[in-house]
Design a protein around this ligand. Sequence first.
Ligand SMILES: C[S@@+](CC[C@H](N)C(=O)[O-])C[C@H]1O[C@@H](n2cnc3c(N)ncnc32)[C@H](O)[C@@H]1O
Length: 346
Amino acid sequence: MDEKYVAPAPTRWRGGASVAAAAPATSPSADDSIPCYLTLPPVEDASTRERLGRMLDLVRGGMPWQEALAETHEPGFVRYVTDSRRGAFLDLLPLTKESDILEIGPGLGQFTASLARRARRVNALEVVPEQAEFVRLRMRQEDAPGVEVAIGGDDCRLPYRDASFDGIVLNLVFEWCGSRLESESHEAAQTRLLEEMVRVLTPGGFLYLATKNRFGLRLLFGEADEHMFDLPFGSALPRGLAAWLLRRRGRSRPMGQLYSHDELAAKLRRAGLAEVRSYWAVPEMRYPAEYVRSDAASVGAARAQPGFRAGHGRKVNVLMRLMPAAWVRHFMPGLAFLAFKAPARR
Ligand SMILES: C[S@@+](CC[C@H](N)C(=O)[O-])C[C@H]1O[C@@H](n2cnc3c(N)ncnc32)[C@H](O)[C@@H]1O
């Protein structure tokens, strides 16, 4: 255990419009509040917070979480939260009933209960207080065992001791994780989060990290990129050119940052992850039908299966089928890595 690590004292979040500046509490379950490690004020706009607040009130009043979600959100978002296929990546993870898992950015708890059923304990760290509260209430309704929810992560630091977790899940969070830290680059914040994740992993522990690909075909075809305020081609542009175009639109920095396959794999290795496995989420990242190892032999075998759908949309499907198998990992829509911290030396 690193003696230099000092766990920050949390404030407590008890619901309502803002984070309570309450006196630090040390016993997380002494009352019904959630430990809060935020260092910055929440950035969600008023209508988002109002909508989340309404949903929370319904759940607190006893409504099943699915109904409260459907009552307050668009069908597309309801599907994003409830479609069980989204959790297909859980089958890749080496989870056992002895595993202590950290889930960063659980959103509305789309994977938290499934994780909890396959592990011993899940700590869920969510940056949006109302979402964290929803996860906690949802886990109670679902009788999910061993879930502890906390609010934090905005500074890309983790309020946990060294070597606390056997595994970490970071699904579609990495690209956004530094978005609140206006005073530093996304890359600096993301590098810190990677180092923090390695710090809190046990030797031999795993990190599952899935994010979008900077050179996914969709962006190379010129589609608007939400990480770059809808700039066409967005993250696929040379970074200097993208920054210049954003400045001309009055934006000082992107909203999020994407990487290429090889950039991110190298970043994981530099952070101290030894074995790095890469997967192609097929046909796309958010609603995958299956995960295929992204080496040429596995891609070739997968594409030879009858009825295999290589991508969403005709153009992407055809190109992902026809391009050399060794190129697929560079142009697939998402990057999904399962990486392992080096085991302890004896
Ligand atoms: C796109 S959603 C993904 C939610 C869920 N993991 C999934 O895959 O469906 C990103 C989530 O990460 C949370 N988030 C973003 N930055 C974070 C950070 N630095 N620390 C903790 N949570 C963060 C957001 O509030 C949001 O709930």
